[in-house]
Design a protein. Structure first.
Length: 581
């Protein structure tokens, strides 16, 4: 718990809100004190006025009794308000830190963790932490102090009554302990299954077209029902323990009060206390069981939060990327865009420790050179791009730009260096302009217009209802080729000296491919281009082709030379000719 995000956030919020914390502390002290006063007043009313039939001062005591009850309710209300305010601040602080952590966490985390599980940690689990603070730990602390105060008051009335109380308490806390273990396991199971349900919903929504195309709605529904049923069973188990706990406490309270009343009848009077003291004792015991019952309910909330805390802290403890050099600027790395060099030196990387995808890759890309990476699917071409952009850290070796290790470059500077064009264009919520700028305020209007001109989309975009201010709500605004061109516009908007192209013509017809390649020729002026391609038409426009096999470079050279001498390139040419035939 030393590195717990939860306790750090609680500490930070309490330090920033000392006045609110102090008022809460005073409220708690007054609340505990005031809650012990009404039974004492009740004893005075009965023994001092009702039994001897004295009316003088009775009205004052009655008003005081009602006032104490009202004050107790007001203090309870104030306590809840203050706890809610602080709880919301803590929740906000935790979510802010988790979002910052999400930007620093190692990219390998996203390959092993499902999206729904991450969302569940950042929403449901954090909400449970808020519940723990507002109606958990502090409330249980208050109720525990109330229990101690009531026990002391009972001892003052009668040592025998206090002894009975001490006999009852271990039984009650044993019951609470049994429920604690059962509820914790049920809550942990529920958290895990809630993440699975969320992930299944996310997966279904993202792949709804594929699900309908392949008619696998039944399979997806079956999986969903399975997760829902498992989740329902864990909730049912938790609700079972919750539902039987309160009746058990109420039954014990009734039995104890009945025993006290029986032992206090004049014929027995085992306890040796007055009628007023009996009435006060009954009220104290009623008040004793109320906080004990609350402790059980609060314990459930705490157990629910404990499972959430564990999952939040597991996320907070995830390995982070190497520390960036935050003082490093793009202009410090690239002083002359015509002299940019990119070097791979002994690069080795694997997603799993025992299996390397890339093995001892050594390659130098010269200034403004256009290099195509070729090879079978799964040899690590796209992984090389992620390593170039510093999204992954090499296991061995390094990648440098003008001698600067890419893992040192701050994320905010990368767009000024790299323009990344993916196979699929990912829309964001916003206008057409924002699809290109990604809401980067450093990209000016003239930069946007230049990027559109380069991409060849100017005539089409000029016909949009509100021009660049048109709200883009779905990809239906564009064809596949236009989306690819828009992706190029996004990549060149910040005028980066290095372009990374990941199989961008794979899903295009030959006419659209030719147009995209023409655009790339124009956008590639005074730029280094590193591309991934399986088509010879794309490779032939490069200065050099690098062929990967088994995680290593097996051949490299000019495209025309490789077509004459390299067996892999010859086989690729034969396959493409067969396709055209």
């Amino acid at each position: 718990m030393k590195n717990s995000l939860i306790w750090k956030s609680i500490g930070n919020v309490m330090r920033r809100n000392k006045a609110v914390g102090f008022v809460l502390f005073l409220t708690i002290v007054l609340l505990i004190t005031v809650s012990l006063v009404p039974p004492q007043i009740l004893r005075l009313i009965i023994d001092g006025h009702l039994v001897p039939k004295k009316s003088q001062g009775l009205l004052t005591l009655g008003i005081l009794y009602m006032g104490m009850i009202f004050l107790n309710g007001a203090l309870e209300f104030l306590k809840e308000v203050l706890l809610t305010v602080l709880g919301q601040k803590i929740t906000s602080d935790i979510r802010k830190v988790m979002m910052e952590k999400l930007g620093r966490v190692h990219s390998a985390f996203f390959s092993k963790e499902e999206t729904g599980v991450i969302v569940s940690k950042m929403t449901n689990d954090v909400d449970s932490v808020n519940a723990m603070f507002t109606s958990g730990i502090i409330s249980m602390f208050i109720d525990s102090l109330k229990v101690i105060g009531i026990i002391l008051s009972i001892w003052i009335f009668s040592a025998r009554l206090g002894f009975i109380t001490l006999l009852i308490l271990p039984v009650i806390f044993l019951i609470i302990r049994v429920f604690q273990k059962r509820m914790l396991k049920a809550q942990m199971d529920n958290r895990i299954l809630t993440g699975k349900v969320n992930n299944h919903i996310d997966e279904s929504l993202r792949n709804v077209s594929m699900i309908k195309s392949f008619s696998i709605e039944g399979y997806m529904e079956k999986r969903y029902r399975k997760y829902l049923l498992q989740n329902f069973r864990t909730i049912e188990k938790s609700n079972f323990y919750d539902s039987i706990f309160s009746p058990i406490i109420q039954l014990m309270k009734t039995i104890v009060i009945a025993v006290i009343a029986l032992l206090s009848v004049p014929e027995i009077n085992y306890l040796g206390i007055s009628i007023g003291m009996v009435a006060a004792a009954i009220e104290l015991f009623t008040n004793l069981f109320s906080p004990i019952e609350n402790i059980g309910m609060e314990l459930q909330g705490i157990q629910q939060a404990v499972s959430g805390i564990r999952r939040v802290n597991e996320f907070y403890d995830e390995p982070e990327e190497k520390a960036k050099d935050m003082d490093l600027k793009a202009e410090d790395i690239i002083r002359d865009r015509e002299k940019v060099t990119l070097a791979f030196t002994g690069l080795t990387f694997g997603y799993e420790e025992e299996e390397a995808i890339l093995k001892d890759i050594t390659l130098e890309v010269k200034p403004m050179e256009k290099v195509s990476l070729a090879g079978r699917t799964g040899v690590g071409k796209s992984t090389m791009f992620k390593l170039v952009m510093g999204l992954l850290n090499p296991d061995k070796g390094s990648i440098t730009i003008n001698g600067v290790d890419v893992t040192r470059i701050p994320n905010r500077e990368k767009r000024k260096i790299f323009g990344y064009v993916e196979q699929d264009f990912h829309l964001i919520q916003g206008t057409l302009r924002e699809q290109i700028t990604l809401k980067d305020e450093e990209i000016r209007e003239e930069d946007v217009q230049r990027a559109i001109q380069i991409s060849g989309l100017w005539e089409y975009l000029a016909d949009m209802p509100e021009g660049l201010d048109t709200q883009i709500t779905s990809s239906s605004f564009f064809s596949s080729g236009q989306l690819q061109l828009l992706s190029i516009a996004r990549a060149v908007a910040a005028d980066p000296p290095i372009l990374l192209l990941d199989e961008i013509t794979a899903n295009l017809d030959s006419v659209t491919e030719e147009k995209v390649l023409d655009v790339l020729q124009r956008s590639g002026e005074k730029r280094m281009i590193l591309s991934i391609s399986h088509r010879l038409s794309s490779m032939l426009s490069s200065d050099r082709v690098v062929i990967l096999e088994g995680g290593r470079i097996i051949s490299e050279g000019a495209p025309d030379r490789l077509l004459r001498e390299d067996e892999w390139m010859k086989s690729r040419l034969t396959l493409e000719n067969l396709t055209w035939d």
